[in-house]
Write a protein that binds this ligand. Structure first.
Ligand code: NAP
Length: 213
């Protein structure tokens, strides 16, 4: 039985897929291009299933490894097929035309917009938006396991995602209700601007946000 379905076959699908396989989870990759889904599945391991995006996601956890606009379209198109599922929104809704703001209005977040479009029987969780794709393949930066900040209005869904994150060798941090996604998205936007700033030439896409204790 499939545990985790990942929609998309790009960089984050590869990163989260790598961690899901490392966690011993049964994984399915769905993509609008079935051949790309099959190629990523083969790269991740023999047991990884794949298919077209039109297929009903088999996993209890569904990861939207898509740009924000595409995530909204896909959640809307799936409708009741996502009822009862835990949907992980990983998006960073950055306005790439200006690289100076998010495309979501103040007082909301990409995660909340996706939740409003999703079947009301699904639970949306914000997670993995502060972990860069390359670091997920390793699971760590300089040997330090990544932190995964998790926000949702469903304790059950947060527990399911935390369990996956721990099994994948990462540290889950429950940051509260889904509206905390506003801060997680803003938080990561700041890091992205620092990485793009030549004044910080030692920063790169292999950095990570971490709470040190
Ligand atoms: N990259 C990172 O380090 C990172 C870190 C944290 C969060 N994120 C977030 O993760 C998400 C994915 O990023 P990524 O780096 O994995 O992007 P990516 O490598 O460009 O992959 C995006 C995937 O989405 C698919 N897609 C695009 N538009 C679509 C549509 N309209 N309908 C269906 N599928 C569509 C693409 O399919 P095609 O190949 O056919 O175009 C591809 O499989 C983004 O929201 C990003 O903000 C990224």
């Amino acid at each position: 039985m499939t545990d985790i379905t990942i929609i998309g076959s790009g960089n984050m699908a590869r990163g989260i897929g790598t961690r899901a396989v490392a966690a011993g989870r049964a994984v399915q990759i769905l993509d609008r291009d079935e051949t790309k889904a099959a190629a990523l599945a083969a790269e991740l391991g023999d047991q990884v299933a794949s298919g077209a995006i039109q297929a009903t996601p088999a996993g209890a956890i569904v990861v939207l490894a898509l740009p924000f606009d595409a995530a909204k379209e896909v959640v809307t198109a799936y409708g009741a097929a996502l009822a009862g599922k835990t949907i992980i929104d990983i998006t960073n809704p950055v306005d790439f035309t200006t690289f100076d703001s998010l495309v979501v209005a103040p007082g909301t977040s990409a995660a909340e917009e996706i939740a409003a479009l999703a079947d009301q029987g699904a639970n949306v969780v914000k997670a993995f938006n502060t972990t860069f794709a390359g670091t997920l393949v390793e699971g760590s930066v300089d040997g330090i396991p990544l932190d995964v900040f998790i926000a949702s209005d469903s304790d059950e869904a947060k527990a399911a995602v935390s369990s996956f994150v721990s099994a994948a060798g990462l540290r889950p941090i429950d940051v509260g209700p889904l509206r905390r996604a506003r801060e997680l998205e803003g938080f990561q936007f700041v890091l992205m601007t620092l990485q793009a700033d030549p004044a910080h030439d030692s920063f790169n896409w292999n950095t990570g946000l971490k709470v040190l204790v």
